[in-house]
Design a protein. Structure first.
Length: 370
């Protein structure tokens, strides 16, 4: 009699976990105005700006990331443009990415990732003014691969309202999560994060930002565009950015105040436009966690040599036999996985029928990915 069902034991089932990576490059041309800014979506609330890979009204457009700006209460002033919104954005991002201290207060972004309050002032620096790049889940998948993240900013003297001319470009500043494969932080409620540094040998106390791998968020201090402190004694620390630090505006006084005046005196939308037009390149590898259950379906020599297909028999004879002494033959085309109550859960199809007779044995490997 043909045997159609066979129970699987624990020895026939195993599970695996595989990490798949995909390179995600975003050029500055795409971010800064390839489509005359039709791929840039602004909102009436003015809290952030969205960047797409195609004009956002098109059904083919894919959301790339959102960009916004926020500052802490340290630099809060009622005379600042959108003061409350900028403070709320900073607190919201800090609450999600940094969390609370022992008193219940919202922590501020720590430059070197170490929240200790002792030591020298440089080790205790905070990012009081920061740009936030929130990448879409379409790009980051399960998380950003550690050690693969790089952002490059144009450090020319001026940025026009339409774009950047080649003559204005004095250089490019790149920040990456150097060495994050082996050295990253886990003191965030949002998961793991790494420091954004200008070089592999850069000291953590010179970090210009953080990248949060599971959250898919990059936090970049505003001082990346200025080589002096932005807010005096409460500053983010020196940044190796612009030679003139004009950040899209000209003739506004001392170099150390350029960025500060612009980010406090401009709307979030204008700030986002200026930062976006200074992005030269963004690239990283995403990570997809593929969990698989593998079922080894074994057909021994004395199993599955007959078929239950009605066409297998004609006039009470096996159609695959010429005489009664011929070896029985069947052709395996499908493997079904059933529950304990005989409910079909999954079906695996072979690319071509597999000939089975008493002289052959097979192990069919069925993998379910999820």
């Amino acid at each position: 009699m043909a045997s159609s069902f066979k129970s699987l034991t624990n020895n026939d089932v195993t599970s695996t976990r595989t990490l798949l990576h995909e390179a995600i490059p975003m050029t500055g041309a795409l971010v800064s105005g390839t489509y005359n800014d039709h791929n840039i979506k602004d909102f009436s609330h003015g809290m952030f700006q969205s960047v797409y890979d195609y004009p956002y009204l098109s059904s083919s457009a894919n959301h790339l990331f959102d960009i916004t700006f926020g500052h802490s209460s340290v630099v809060q002033n009622s005379s600042f443009s959108q003061n409350t919104k900028k403070s709320n954005i900073y607190n919201q991002m800090a609450q999600v990415l940094v969390g609370h201290d022992v008193t219940g207060g919202i922590r501020k972004f720590d430059q070197d990732g170490n929240f200790s309050t002792g030591g020298n002032a440089q080790a205790n620096r905070k990012f009081h003014q920061a740009f936030f790049f929130s990448f879409s889940r379409l790009l980051t998948k399960d998380e950003i691969k550690k050690g693969s993240f790089t952002m490059s900013f144009i450090t020319g003297s001026e940025v026009g309202e339409i774009g950047i001319s080649k003559s204005d470009v004095a250089g490019v500043l790149s920040i990456s999560d150097h060495g994050a494969q082996n050295s990253y932080f886990v003191n965030s409620p949002a998961g793991e994060y790494g420091l954004l540094l200008t070089g592999a040998n850069a000291h953590p106390e010179t970090a210009l930002g953080h990248v949060y791998y599971q959250a898919g968020v990059a936090v970049v201090t505003a001082s990346v565009f200025g080589h002096k402190r932005v807010v005096g004694s409460q500053a983010d620390g020196p940044g190796p950015g612009l030679a003139t630090a004009s950040f899209g505006i000209t003739n506004v006084g001392s170099k150390s105040s350029y960025v500060y005046r612009y980010v406090t005196g401009s709307t979030i939308q204008n700030i986002a436009n200026s930062v976006r037009r200074r992005v030269s390149n963004i690239q990283f590898n995403n990570t997809t966690e593929l969990n698989s259950t593998i079922y080894y379906c074994r057909a021994h020599h004395n199993e599955y040599n007959y078929s239950s297909n009605p066409s297998y028999i004609s006039d009470s004879k096996l159609v695959v036999k010429n005489i009664s002494t011929d070896t029985p033959v069947s052709y395996i085309t499908t493997v079904g996985l059933y529950s304990a109550d005989n409910e079909l859960l999954a079906v695996a199809k072979l690319s071509e029928p597999l000939k089975k007779d008493p002289t052959t044995e097979f192990t069919l490997r069925v993998r379910l990915d999820y």
